[in-house]
Design a binder for this molecule. Structure first.
Ligand SMILES: O=C(O)CCC(=O)C(=O)O
Ligand SMILES: [Fe+2]
Length: 201
């Protein structure tokens, strides 16, 4: 089995066994640095926006719920690291469909920037206007993150709360309709990631 397939297998097996999968070094060092540089460049140029902007009725509510700014990765992007990233996502989807008989036929991924002190309250990723979301996959782009920085992803399992440190290169995978989760604030640092959904519509 190729290294990439071992990572896919690991994420899927853990997700089935305990509701969430974690894979460190899901992105190699160069891709991680490249995507991190992209995010910082978009952010510096004012190219990131609060999620849900444009849907005016949702906007105020959104701001109380989540404080991140995002930028969608276009499927036809010409940026090298984004192309490589989406190729990996496509390979993951093919692996998932082949081994689990899922019928994923679409995806959407965005960069996310949480300014120091911002958060995303407890939520589910699948809801009325996002009913096609089947699986959530978050990949962290942070450099040298440690426990004292905060910014954990809290996963609300039936009998416990699991805290996941947003270490650069780490991927977290779970079912969008099942697992409630929350992004805790990092008081002293901005927290960066790519978050996305595998969909069947
Ligand atoms: O960044 C994370 O750890 C999770 C983000 C999230 O829950 C979302 O964007 O829906
Ligand atoms: Fe979420």
């Amino acid at each position: 089995m190729k290294k990439e397939e071992q990572q896919f297998e690991h994420l899927i097996t853990e997700m089935i066994d305990r509701k969430y999968g974690i894979c460190d070094d899901f992105l190699n060092g160069e891709m991680l640095q490249g995507l991190r540089d992209n995010l910082h460049a978009y952010h510096a140029k004012g190219g990131m926006h609060p999620a849900g902007i444009g849907r005016r009725l949702d906007f105020k509510k959104n701001f109380k719920t989540r404080g991140d700014v995002i930028r969608w990765i276009e499927e036809d992007t010409e940026q090298g690291y984004e192309i490589e990233f989406l190729e990996k996502i496509n390979a993951f989807i093919q692996y998932l469909n082949r081994t689990c008989y899922t019928q994923i036929n679409q995806f959407e991924f965005h960069y996310a920037y949480y300014e120091a002190g911002s958060f995303y309250k407890r939520h589910l990723d699948q809801f009325k206007s996002h009913s096609g979301r089947k699986f959530s996959l978050v990949i962290y782009l942070n450099e040298d993150w440690s426990e004292s920085d905060g910014g954990n992803l809290c996963l609300y399992l039936d009998d416990q709360v699991v805290n996941v440190l947003p270490k650069g290169g780490r991927a977290v995978f779970f079912r969008s309709d099942e697992l409630e989760h929350e992004v805790r604030q990092a008081p002293g640092r901005s927290r960066i990631s790519i978050a996305g959904w595998l969909k069947s519509e």
